[in-house]
Design a protein around this ligand. Structure first.
Ligand code: ZN
Length: 478
C-alpha cells in the first residue's frame, strides 16, 4: 500500500528566491534535492560553472494548454518515501506558469485553489511513518532555507484534504427524494457479527431458512430429512443455537395420533403442575404422559439476520472494516424497498456501491442496479453473490457498457470465499492510482518518470499494466 499527504503554506516568494531555498538543501545530510544535484553534476561534466546556464528541460504536460518548460521545485528521496516541493504562484510570469498549470489541471489539485505558497507532497510505502518523514523534511527545509537566505522564515503548514465528502452529499441528495431508500450507519454489534459469520456457512443458512419457513423444526425430523448428512446437520444445529440464531424448544406430541399439542421452552415445564395434568384433546393421556421431542425455532436475532439476507450486509461490512475502511465511511440500506444497493462506501473521495445477493444474480437484477449506479454517480460498483451471476445478467452489463460511454461493467464477485481477496485487489489499485496521480506533478517538474520509484515499493516491483495505462493515458505523453 502507498500513502500520500500534502501540506501547503502561504508564502509569497519569487521562483528565483525559492530556488535558493532548494539550493540550501544541497548540503543537508539526508534530504538532498535530487534534480538539482543531477543538474549540478551534469553541468560539471559539461564544464559549465553552474547548472542555471544550461536551461530547463523541455517537458510537455498533456492537460496544460501547450505549456512547456520545467517547473521550479525538486524531489527528495528517503528509503520508501519521496517528497516533492514546489512554489505555486499566480501565472503572471512565464516561470510561474508551468508550476501553476500542472498544479491547477493535475488530478489531485483541481478542486483546491492554491495561489501564493509552497506546496509539499509525500508519497510513501505503507511501512514508512509518513507523518514523521514529512515533519522531518519540513524541519530540514525550514532550517536550510533560512540559513541560505539568512533571514527568519515563517511557514504555517496546513494539511490539504483532497477527498471531497462525496457520501455526505449523496445522502443529502437522496434525503430530498421521497422515493429513494434511506441509508443508515452500520450497526456491527458482536451478536450480529457472530450470527453473520455462522450464516456465511451454506448448510447453516439453509437450515435457518427451513426453520424459519416451518416456524419450528423437530431435531428428529430435520435429521431424517437429510439422511446422509447427519453430522453436518448436527453441527449446523449446534452453531445456530450457540450464536443465538435459534432457540431450543420442546414439542409435545400426542402418542395416539402424533398430532403436535404444544411447545415449551424446557422439557421440565411439562412435568410440573399445572401443565402436567392438562389432558390431551385427542386421547385420554395427560400432558405429562405424552411424547416430548426436542427441536428449534428461529430467534428474533436469527429472523432479523435472515430478513432480506441482512447477514450478508453485516458480513461484507465486517470484511470492509478489516480491510481498513472506517465504519464512518460506510452506510447501509436497510429498507426492503427494492432499492438495488445494499452498501455504499466512500473511499479516498470515491463512491463504491455494493449489491448483495444470497442467490443467483439474474438479468432482472442487472437493469435496476445499473440505474442506481448512474443515479448515485458511483465510481465503482460491486455485485457480490453467494451463487453466480447468470450469463444473461452478464450480457445485460456488457450491452450497457458498450452502449454508454464511461460505463464499465461492475466488479462481479461470486462466492463469499473470494470477497476479501477481490475487494483488497481493488483497494490496492485505488491506493496505487492515487499515488501515481500524486507523482504526475513532480514527474513533470523534474523531467523524470517517478512511477518507477513507486513501482519499486510494490511487492511485485511493477505497476499492473491496467493501472499504468490508465494513468499514462490520462496525464502524460509518452
Ligand atoms: Zn394424546
Amino acid at each position: 500500500m502507498l500513502n500520500v499527504r500534502y501540506v501547503y503554506a502561504e508564502h509569497d516568494v519569487s521562483q528565483g528566491k525559492f530556488r535558493q531555498y532548494i539550493a540550501g538543501m544541497l548540503d543537508h545530510e539526508t534530504w538532498r534535492p535530487a534534480a538539482l544535484t543531477a543538474d549540478r553534476s551534469f553541468a560539471q561534466m559539461a564544464g559549465l560553472p553552474d547548472s542555471e546556464s544550461i536551461g530547463p528541460l523541455n517537458t510537455r504536460y498533456r492537460r496544460g494548454s501547450g505549456v512547456t518548460g520545467r517547473g521550479t521545485g525538486d524531489v527528495f528521496f528517503r528509503p520508501g518515501a519521496l517528497v516533492f516541493i514546489t512554489n505555486v504562484r499566480e501565472p503572471r510570469r512565464p516561470e510561474d506558469r508551468f508550476n501553476y498549470e500542472i498544479m491547477e489541471s493535475s488530478p489531485v489539485f483541481g478542486r483546491v485553489r492554491l495561489r501564493e505558497g509552497i506546496l509539499v507532497g509525500i508519497v510513501s510505502r505503507g511501512d514508512v511513518d509518513i507523518d514523521e518523514a514529512l515533519q522531518g523534511f519540513l524541519q530540514a527545509f525550514e532550517n536550510q532555507a533560512e540559513a541560505r537566505v539568512d533571514e527568519k522564515l515563517e511557514f504555517d503548514w496546513t494539511p490539504i484534504d483532497l477527498d471531497s465528502p462525496r457520501l455526505e452529499k449523496l445522502l443529502e441528495k437522496l434525503n430530498t427524494d421521497t422515493a429513494a431508500a434511506r441509508f443508515s450507519t452500520p450497526d456491527l454489534n458482536d451478536e450480529a457479527l457472530r450470527g453473520a459469520s455462522v450464516l456465511s456457512g451454506k448448510p447453516n443458512r439453509e437450515l435457518l431458512r427451513e426453520l424459519s419457513e416451518a416456524g419450528f423444526g423437530r431435531v428428529a425430523d430435520i435429521l431424517a430429512r437429510r439422511g446422509d448428512k447427519k453430522e453436518e446437520v448436527q453441527s449446523a444445529l449446534a452453531e445456530l443455537a450457540q450464536a443465538g440464531l435459534t432457540h431450543a424448544e420442546v414439542l409435545l406430541v400426542c402418542k395416539a395420533t402424533s398430532a403436535p399439542l404444544a411447545r415449551f421452552s424446557e422439557a421440565e415445564e411439562v412435568k410440573s403442575e399445572p401443565i402436567a395434568s392438562v389432558r390431551c384433546g385427542k386421547c385420554p393421556r395427560t400432558y405429562s404422559q405424552e411424547l416430548v421431542s426436542e427441536g428449534y425455532s428461529v430467534s428474533p436475532l436469527g429472523r432479523s439476520l435472515a430478513q432480506g439476507s441482512h447477514w450478508m450486509t453485516v458480513w461484507v461490512t465486517s470484511r470492509l472494516v478489516d480491510l481498513g475502511i472506517p465504519l464512518t465511511s460506510i452506510v447501509w440500506n436497510l429498507e426492503d424497498s427494492g432499492e438495488e444497493v445494499d452498501i455504499i462506501i466512500e473511499f479516498m473521495g470515491k463512491l463504491w456501491i455494493f449489491e448483495l445477493k444470497d442467490r443467483e444474480f439474474g438479468p432482472g437484477d442487472a437493469h435496476p442496479f445499473n440505474y442506481r449506479r448512474v443515479r448515485y454517480g458511483a465510481d465503482e460498483a460491486f455485485v457480490i453473490t453467494t451463487d453466480k451471476v447468470s450469463a444473461d445478467a452478464r450480457r445485460v452489463f456488457g450491452d450497457l457498457a458498450s452502449g454508454r460511454a464511461g460505463t464499465t461493467t461492475p466488479i462481479i464477485i461470486e462466492g463469499l470465499e473470494n470477497v476479501e481477496k477481490e475487494i483488497r485487489k481493488r483497494l490496492e489499485a485505488a491506493y496505487l492510482i492515487r499515488a501515481l496521480e500524486a507523482l504526475v506533478m513532480p514527474s513533470l517538474m523534474v523531467g523524470y518518470k517517478l512511477d518507477a520509484v513507486a513501482a519499486e515499493w510494490l511487492p511485485s516491483n511493477s505497476i499492473p499494466s491496467s493501472v499504468a495505462r490508465r494513468v499514462s493515458e490520462m496525464y502524460y505523453y509518452y
